[in-house]
Design a binder for this molecule. Structure first.
Ligand code: ADP
Ligand code: GLC
Length: 477
């Protein structure tokens, strides 16, 4: 069985800013269950939280840095996690990438370049860990230099690079090259250089043996100018090694039958209990308690990707409809301000929680009737999957993984019990509003709604199938 080094900048529950952490905390477990010998390597941020013991493992001497490797495990699993410990660059509280004001942290290039160098040493079995992987599986720009640096090693493991989001590229001015002391042979237009800047993402895309992204539709989309951020040409050129593998979910963490954050647990045959969670959610957020009114939820990073502006443009019309809206998120200060303004003006209809609150996110998934994901683009998206598992029907825009995982409610999909939500096309408030009205119409027919909930809850979104696809990709290398 293959030995895999999984290189990532976040993994749930150690540290999480978004879906990458969910994937890094669950895919390695699924791969290990299928027999892979997989180890995670990630930075040792001060904000890391774990219930597992953390041990000192080894010390590596780079040209101008002495770096420790610590070892722990992914909670509730045997998956080994190696933490790259270098306090001068990683000992700060909070989010790994941005400070409390949402501003990108200084020295990001230095931090993730050092992380990549250590990952390369470990991949080459020069980390005193007595373990040599067959495959190095990198994720997003923070690990992008790994395939480039490995390409210079004569006997190296094979490399896989998974794109979770093309919008974040790790772009830095050319002058950083001297600081990072990167090999000059990598600096050219087919290498790590992108428009005269250093691109960590392009480095991963150019040098990896295989590229994957987190849904088949996004794999196609990123080969177009609209979604490719200037890299569509490179991706099209490399399309024979590029594939889309849809994300699974951690079915233990997101299980309505056992979730400790719920007011009452439920399953597809006890859907009535969702109401208890709805009332608990309303109480918690000081919304009028009413088990009959449909509750819409949005839980998200509040950034342009997520179509927050579409929702803001719908809010005046939504106020006239019989519904309540729950928003949990943080991000762009302008979006935060506008959403909070609406909530303050209409406290009986809209509750906005600015912040990151995982237990509340679970309760909202359980208590809401409808989940909103009007994303402008969405490589995979996980909340539409969690929602389906909790019998909360998603309204999604037809893009990326949303298009691949939600079946629109139409006469034929209602008839054959495949419908699981509501899908709209145009990135416009009008199109979103129409989908909201369609959902309200079906909600007013309890029998049909119940059937949609059952369809959604019965769909298998576990990692099983996708983990097998990754394993077969590893086998090909
Ligand atoms: P992305 O990775 O682009 O942010 P995903 O849908 O893949 O989008 O994953 C987002 C993850 O982050 C989900 O697990 C979601 O529940 C969680 N999340 C996002 N914002 C918040 C928040 N404010 N509070 C709690 N969880 C959040
Ligand atoms: C990214 C994407 C999201 C995806 C997640 C995990 O953050 O924005 O769509 O689900 O990565 O792959």
């Amino acid at each position: 069985m293959k030995k895999v080094l999984f290189v990532t900048s976040e993994a749930h529950p150690l540290i999480k800013t978004g879906g990458l952490a969910d994937v890094s905390g669950s895919l390695p477990k699924a791969l290990a269950e299928q027999g892979a010998d997989i180890r995670i390597i990630m930075p040792n941020y001060q904000a890391i939280k774990t219930t597992e013991a953390v041990y000192y493992k080894s010390t590596l001497q780079l040209v101008n840095a002495e770096v420790n490797i610590l070892e722990t495990r992914l909670p509730d699993s045997d998956v080994v996690v190696w933490l790259v410990d270098y306090p001068a660059l990683f000992a700060y509280p909070g989010n790994p990438y941005v400070d409390g004001q949402g501003v990108t942290r200084a020295h990001s290039a230095e931090r993730f370049a050092l992380f990549c160098r250590i990952a390369v040493e470990v991949a080459m079995n020069r980390g005193y860990l007595d373990w040599q992987p067959d495959i190095v599986h990198c994720n997003d720009w923070q690990s992008g230099l790994v395939p480039a640096l490995l390409s210079l090693e004569p006997a190296r493991p094979a490399t896989v690079f998974t794109i979770h989001n093309m919008a974040y590229q790790g772009l830095f001015p050319k002058t950083i090259l001297a600081t990072l002391d990167l090999p000059k042979v990598l600096w050219h237009s087919n290498g790590i250089e992108f428009n005269d800047m250093l691109s960590f993402l392009k480095s991963g895309l150019a040098y990896s043996d295989r590229l994957t992204t987190v849904s088949p539709t996004y794999a196609d989309e990123i080969q177009t100018v609209e979604f490719g951020y200037g890299l569509a040409g490179l991706l099209t050129y490399r399309k024979s090694v590029l594939s889309g593998i849809i994300n699974g979910i951690d079915t233990q963490t997101w299980n309505p039958e056992t979730d400790p954050n719920l007011s009452e647990n439920f399953n597809a045959s006890t859907l009535n209990k969702k109401r208890v969670n709805k009332m608990a959610l309303q109480r918690r957020l000081s919304l009028p308690e009413n088990e009959n009114i449909p509750v819409f939820a949005l839980i998200s990073r509040l950034v342009e990707q997520k179509g927050i502006d579409l929702l803001l443009n719908c809010l005046p019309d939504m106020l006239d409809l019989p519904l309540q809206l729950v928003v949990i998120g943080r991000g762009d200060a302008g979006f935060e301000r506008q959403l909070t303004g609406f909530a303050q003006a209409h406290p009986d209809k809209i509750a906005v929680t600015i912040g990151y609150d995982e237990p509340l996110a679970h309760l909202a998934e359980a208590g809401a009737d409808v989940f909103l994901m009007p994303s402008r683009f969405e490589p995979c998206g996980l909340n539409q999957l969690y929602s389906q598992r909790y019998g909360t029907l998603p309204i999604v825009r037809k893009t990326g993984g949303l298009a691949d995982t939600v079946v629109d409610t139409l006469p034929e999909t209602l008839a054959d019990n495949t419908a699981t939500g509501f899908v709209f096309n145009a990135a416009s408030a009008g199109a979103l509003m129409e989908a909201i009205k369609r959902a309200l119409f079906v909600y007013s027919q309890p029998e049909a709604w119940r059937q949609l909930q059952r369809n959604a809850m019965q769909t298998d979104y576990s990692w099983h199938k996708s983990a097998l696809q990754y394993l077969s990709l590893y086998e090909q290398l």
